[in-house]
Structures are given as structure tokens and as C-alpha cells.
Design a protein around this ligand. Structure first.
Ligand code: PBG
Length: 307
């Protein structure tokens, strides 16, 4: 059997995720050779270069997808949060691993929570989704742009450039940095990003061998969550410049609940809706929620942004 090649970004978090998938594949298929093909993406280069006004999520996955399409790798491991709503022709995201904590993390060396930050404190985050939700809870804060890999962001916090920063719990936990989390933000008040905390695996849609090898890694609860959240995002128009959040959770009675948020980039308008329904119709649920938000004003917001 030829070795299975995993395309991955070179950031510590991406490497952790790729090595995790490598270990899972080896465990599921003893004797299978699994290798890593690390590569730098345009998104990674921009992290250290000039600030691009959100060049689109696709920047972190495009090079990995090119490697798949050109046959230089067989699968790509992604944080689903960074994966756009639609894949290029010929590729498919076929497996989702079991989800890690989907919540956002409040990280600070001197303060215990977002609510207890002193008046006018400096909060670092680059994500529009986090900016607008933080501003709504704490309009007094000075929200500052913070970019880079998880390690870079923590270093900037430790250097005193910010009083606190916001990151995903999942990334910190994977990197063994869980102790840095001071507060896990309530997903009702602070809606997580679509796919946050879930690792997904993409391959060529017609590559039956890779798909069969990946099957034992697939988690159906994550797949449900993603189906609802990603169809919500796709219906809203995918990679636009508006802050968007979406988070699905299974209810005790077996139904699926989906919360969605769309706003203007400056947070002056923030629309939130929720829906509960049959998990077997997860994609339709996401689309219905998007339609509700579009009717409630998201259409104007997205049109104004040219989305
Ligand atoms: N945008 C970078 C990114 N992509 C995925 C994660 C965290 C891990 C995950 O959501 O699965 C992070 C870091 C962060 O937001 O703190």
C-alpha cells in the first residue's frame, strides 16, 4: 500500500492537528504508512506581513487544496473554522473529528473575566466576530487588532501590549495551554465561530481509498453540528466581510438547536436568531435560520457590504 500523505500548515496548532490525525490513522490501520507534507499558506505569510482587511478565510486552505488537486498529498487537515462554505470542484470535506470545546476563551494575566476588566481596558482580537460581541458586552473597552499564531498572540499579551485577549478554547487545549484560560465565554452571550473546535479532513472527492481509510475517524455529532452551521453560513453568502457567528448544540430531547448572529463590521447593528428542529434536517435548519436573519435585516447589511 502506498503511504497516505497529509498536507498541513506549519503553525504549531496545525501541526498538532495533522499529527493527531496521523496517529489516529495509524491506530485505526496498523501498518499503514502516514506522512506529513508541511506547507506555508498565503494566510500564514500575511500573518507576519502587512495587515490585510480579512482577505478571506480561504487563504489558509488554498495551498493545501492545490496540493490535493495536483496529487502532491492525499488529505488535508483543517480547523473547520478556517474552511470556507464551499470547496473547489473535485474536493470534499469528508470526515470531522470529535469536537473540542467550541467556546471562546478570555485570556489575561491580571484579570479573571471579561466582565471584571477595568473600564477602558485594552482587549486584543483580530476577529470581527469577537470584536462586535465584545463591544456589545463591554462598550467601554479599547478593542485592538491582534494577529498571528496562538503563540504570537500570547507573547503580545505577556509583553503587556494588551490587558486581555480572546482566543478559541480548543486551540489552547490542543497546545497544552489550557491553564491560560481564565474564563470560558458563555456561548449564549458570545456565539462561537462556525466550526470552532472541530477538525475536518478534506480529500479528493473521487479518492475512494482515502475516504475508506478516514471512515473510522468520523464523528457523527460533529458532522451534524457542521451541517447546520455550514449551511447557515453558505446561505448567508459565505466569505463576506460581515461578522457572522453560528453555533449548533444537541438538546436533551434529541432535537438540534442553532443560534446565529450577523452584524455590521462596526457592530452598530447585531442581529441574533435561533431555531430548534430535527437533526435529520440539519442543513435545512441552517438555511431556515439564515432566511430568518436575512428577512430581519441581514439582507441589507450584506448588500451594503457588497456581499
Ligand atoms: N483563526 C485561527 C484559528 N483557527 C482555529 C483556531 C482554534 C481551533 C479551532 O477552532 O478548532 C484558531 C485559533 C484561535 O481562534 O484562537
Amino acid at each position: 500500500m502506498s503511504p497516505l500523505r497529509i498536507a498541513t500548515r506549519e503553525s504549531p496548532l496545525a501541526l498538532w492537528q495533522a499529527e493527531h490525525v496521523q496517529a489516529r490513522l495509524r491506530a485505526a490501520h496498523p501498518g499503514l504508512e502516514v506522512s506529513l507534507v508541511p506547507m506555508t499558506t498565503t494566510g500564514d505569510q500575511l500573518l507576519s506581513g502587512p495587515l490585510s482587511q480579512s482577505g478571506g478565510k480561504g487563504l489558509f486552505v488554498k495551498e493545501l487544496e492545490a496540493a490535493l488537486l495536483e496529487g502532491r498529498a492525499d488529505l488535508a487537515v483543517h480547523s473547520m473554522k478556517d474552511v470556507p462554505a464551499q470547496q473547489p470542484p473535485g474536493l470534499a470535506v469528508v470526515s470531522f473529528l470529535e469536537g473540542e470545546d467550541p467556546r471562546d476563551a478570555f485570556v489575561s494575566n491580571h484579570h479573571a473575566s471579561l466582565a471584571s476588566l477595568p473600564l477602558g481596558a485594552r482587549l486584543g482580537t483580530a476577529s470581527l466576530r469577537r470584536q462586535v460581541q465584545a463591544r456589545r458586552l463591554r462598550p467601554d473597552l479599547q478593542i485592538e487588532v491582534l494577529r498571528g499564531n496562538v503563540g504570537t498572540r500570547l507573547r503580545k499579551l505577556d509583553e503587556g501590549r494588551h490587558d486581555a485577549i480572546l482566543l478559541a478554547c480548543a486551540g489552547l487545549m490542543r497546545l497544552g495551554l489550557e491553564a491560560r484560560i481564565r474564563e470560558r465565554l458563555d456561548p449564549e452571550q458570545f456565539v462561537p465561530a462556525i466550526g470552532q473546535g472541530i477538525v475536518g479532513i478534506e480529500c479528493r472527492a473521487d479518492d475512494d481509498r482515502t475516504r475508506a481509510l478516514l471512515a473510522p475517524l468520523h464523528d457523527s455529532a460533529s458532522a451534524l453540528r457542521l451541517a447546520a452551521e455550514r449551511s447557515f453560513n453558505a446561505r448567508l453568502g459565505g466569505a463576506c466581510q460581515a461578522p457572522i457567528a453560528g453555533h449548533a448544540t444537541p438538546l436533551a430531547d434529541g432535537r438540534l438547536r442553532l443560534v446565529g448572529l450577523v452584524g455590521t463590521p462596526d457592530g452598530s447593528r447585531l442581529l441574533r436568531e435561533e431555531i430548534v428542529g430535527d437533526p435529520a434536517q440539519a442543513s435545512a435548519l441552517g438555511e431556515s435560520l439564515a432566511d430568518r436573519l436575512l428577512a430581519a435585516g441581514a439582507r441589507e447589511i450584506l448588500q451594503d457590504l457588497g456581499g
